[in-house]
Design a protein around this ligand. Structure first.
Ligand code: HEC
Ligand code: HEC
Ligand code: HEC
Ligand code: HEC
Ligand code: HEC
Ligand code: HEC
Ligand code: HEC
Ligand code: HEC
Ligand code: HEC
Ligand code: HEC
Length: 325
């Protein structure tokens, strides 16, 4: 199953004419992965991690273990073997990532003859990891992370991860704060989303590997703003939409991370937010229903939301009053 997930991107990105070819290739993946263990030795093993190697160049994980006991011992519980073994013993082995190891072994552990991601460029590392994870993270190189040489192993550690799941180098949010220290101060403001308290994660809103939205933002299942995934009551659809919610998004009025104002409002005074777009004319017409105090000078110091309570939209009032249906 996991192989279908890993390679889903390739399956979907082809036209009908190529489908058969890809289907055949995808069916071969278990074979390819098995071959990379070194037990199988079909020529197809070449197309896995170590492109230029012949089958005989692979020595197999057991051989690596004779000298790298520590790395090999830990690896039994690594998702790369554990999860994958549950799906037909076709997991990644040492040589899937480090390349064929015969020359390294014959050289008595010649470090020049083995691929060590810790010493490689960001692009080389990403290419190695993406040789299997392309289907999940196809757009990585086009993200701010990929473009700025933040590589897979800036965030992940295969051998020394701090989290049993997802192989993270350091747990969230500490991981992200290592590089985004300016963001940390926003989460220390009086009003903030409780990320540091562990109630939610950076990756509830962002996908570090990229999305189709700006700032690596995720979307709700309905492709609305990510915020409505949790605050579904603001999403509508409403009979009377406050259009700005849809057109400008939640951050027209709210801070996403944290700020000095209650309700994460991006201005200390709610009226200042509204008056950016609505003129403070004292001559607003009441237009019939519902009646009530209009916008005269006596009410200008009241918060607009005293009366316009259903500010995200309403099914009963075109001016967002709170009227029972
Ligand atoms: C005969 C013993 C031996 C075997 C077998 C062996 N290695 Fe090594 N390996 C070494 C020695 C010695 C070093 C260098 C010492 C060190 O840095 O730990 C090394 C270093 C490494 C490094 C780090 C390279 C660097 O640039 O620092 C990697 C990665 C590695 N080995 C992977 C493997 C893999 C994968 C296999 C199996 C294909 C393997 N080794 C098999 C002895 C061996
Ligand atoms: C999924 C990819 C992957 C697999 C599979 C893998 N490694 Fe590594 N290995 C890495 C990465 C990435 C590094 C660089 C350091 C790090 O990120 O932990 C590394 C570093 C090393 C090093 C250098 C010393 C160190 O710990 O930094 C050795 C030795 C090593 N691996 C041996 C092995 C052996 C032996 C196996 C099989 C039991 C193995 N690796 C399987 C990705 C992998
Ligand atoms: C030979 C193919 C292959 C290579 C190369 C490979 N992986 Fe994986 N990876 C897998 C498989 C198989 C799984 C387990 C199945 C799954 O989660 O879909 C996995 C799982 C993972 C997971 C998820 C663990 C979890 O708990 O969900 C992470 C993170 C990961 N790999 C990172 C990396 C990184 C970083 C590299 C490069 C250093 C890399 N992988 C290289 C095949 C590979
Ligand atoms: C900026 C940090 C960062 C970078 C760079 C990064 N990842 Fe991740 N990755 C994460 C985090 C955080 C998670 C866990 C997400 C969660 O728990 O919701 C994750 C999860 C994963 C998973 C598990 C599946 C999933 O999407 O949850 C895989 C596989 C993976 N990463 C592979 C990679 C590969 C391959 C690369 C390089 C092409 C990479 N990652 C680069 C931070 C990063
Ligand atoms: C190794 C350093 C590093 C780590 C760790 C890191 N980032 Fe980044 N991140 C960067 C760099 C560099 C940029 C691009 C320059 C910038 O915008 O600051 C960036 C940009 C971003 C952006 C802006 C994207 C855009 O399109 O402008 C977001 C959002 C982001 N990172 C989220 C995260 C999250 C969430 C985590 C933790 C899972 C994380 N980062 C971990 C280095 C890192
Ligand atoms: C509640 C959702 C949410 C959470 C949780 C969240 N973010 Fe954001 N983040 C956003 C939104 C929305 C933006 C875009 C803000 C804007 O456009 O004004 C953003 C922007 C960013 C940026 C780009 C800032 C810039 O000025 O370009 C970075 C970096 C970032 N977030 C990192 C993080 C980190 C690190 C965490 C966890 C500590 C985190 N975010 C948690 C929603 C979130
Ligand atoms: C993963 C779920 C989740 C996501 C996504 C999310 N929030 Fe929240 N939000 C919460 C939770 C939980 C609280 C209450 C936290 C607390 O008690 O401080 C909250 C509180 C708020 C509050 C303050 C409510 C009050 O009564 O004071 C506002 C405003 C808010 N979020 C706006 C946003 C915006 C804007 C976004 C998108 C950028 C967003 N949220 C994304 C879970 C989420
Ligand atoms: C036009 C400005 C504006 C926009 C756009 C906006 N909000 Fe609000 N929101 C407010 C105001 C003002 C309040 C405070 C209402 C009060 O004090 O009674 C508020 C309150 C909230 C609250 C606290 C609970 C509540 O309903 O009073 C949440 C949660 C919230 N907004 C989420 C969101 C989300 C999610 C979005 C995007 C889908 C969004 N807001 C878009 C102005 C806005
Ligand atoms: C970023 C611009 C923007 C902000 C900020 C904003 N609005 Fe609006 N608002 C609009 C737009 C655009 C419309 C739709 C106007 C129309 O239909 O003629 C609208 C419509 C309304 C309406 C309904 C008007 C009608 O005739 O049906 C009310 C009431 C309203 N807004 C109140 C508020 C209040 C109160 C705030 C502050 C909490 C606020 N708005 C903040 C842009 C904004
Ligand atoms: C004391 C209650 C009250 C307060 C406070 C209030 N409004 Fe109103 N608002 C009304 C009433 C009543 C109407 C007319 C309703 C109707 O036409 O049915 C109205 C209508 C509107 C309309 C629709 C325009 C139109 O011509 O019908 C907008 C926009 C609006 N208000 C914005 C604001 C803004 C911005 C603030 C804060 C500066 C604010 N209101 C404060 C009661 C209030």
């Amino acid at each position: 199953m996991h192989k279908e997930r890993l390679f889903a991107g390739k399956k979907c990105s082809t036209g009908p004419g190529m489908r058969m070819v890809w289907l055949v290739l995808c069916l071969m993946i278990p074979v390819l992965m098995h071959a990379a263990t070194g037990k199988g030795s079909t020529p197809a093993a070449k197309s896995q991690a170590a492109a230029a190697s012949a089958p005989g160049d692979f020595v197999g994980q057991e051989t690596c273990a004779t000298c790298h006991e520590e790395a090999a011992k830990g690896f039994a519980s690594n998702p790369h073997t554990k999860l994958a073994e549950m799906h037909g013993k076709s997991g990644a082995t040492c040589e899937s990532c480090h390349g064929a190891g015969k020359a390294h072994v014959d050289g008595g552990g010649d470090v020049a003859k083995i691929f060590n991601p810790a010493k490689a460029s960001a692009k080389e590392i990403d290419a190695r990891c993406l040789s299997c994870h392309q289907g999940q993270h196809a757009n990585f190189e086009r993200t701010a992370h990929g473009e700025n040489n933040v590589s897979c192993i800036s965030c992940h550690s295969v051998h020394h991860s701090a989290t049993p799941e997802k192989l993270l180098k350091v747990e969230q949010p500490k991981l992200c704060f290592q590089c985004h220290s300016d963001t940390k101060s926003q989460f220390n403001m009086p009003f903030h989303h409780k990320v540091e308290e562990g109630l939610m994660k950076c990756t509830d809103c962002h996908d570090a590997h990229g999305t189709f939205n700006r700032k690596n933002l995720r979307a709700s299942a309905q492709m609305d703003a990510v915020c409505t995934k949790c605050h579904s009551e603001t999403a509508g659809p409403f009979t009377y939409e406050h259009f700005v919610v849809k057109t400008e998004g939640c951050t027209a009025c709210h801070f996403a991370h944290g700020g000095p104002n209650p309700r994460l409002l991006n201005r200390a005074n709610v009226n200042t937010i509204c008056l950016q777009c609505h003129s403070p004319s004292p001559n607003f017409t009441t237009g019939g229903l519902p009646s009530g105090p209009a916008h005269n000078q006596a009410t200008q110091y009241q918060a607009c939301t005293m009366c316009h309570t259903s500010i995200h939209g309403s099914n009963t009032s075109h001016v967002f009053f709170n009227i029972a249906q």
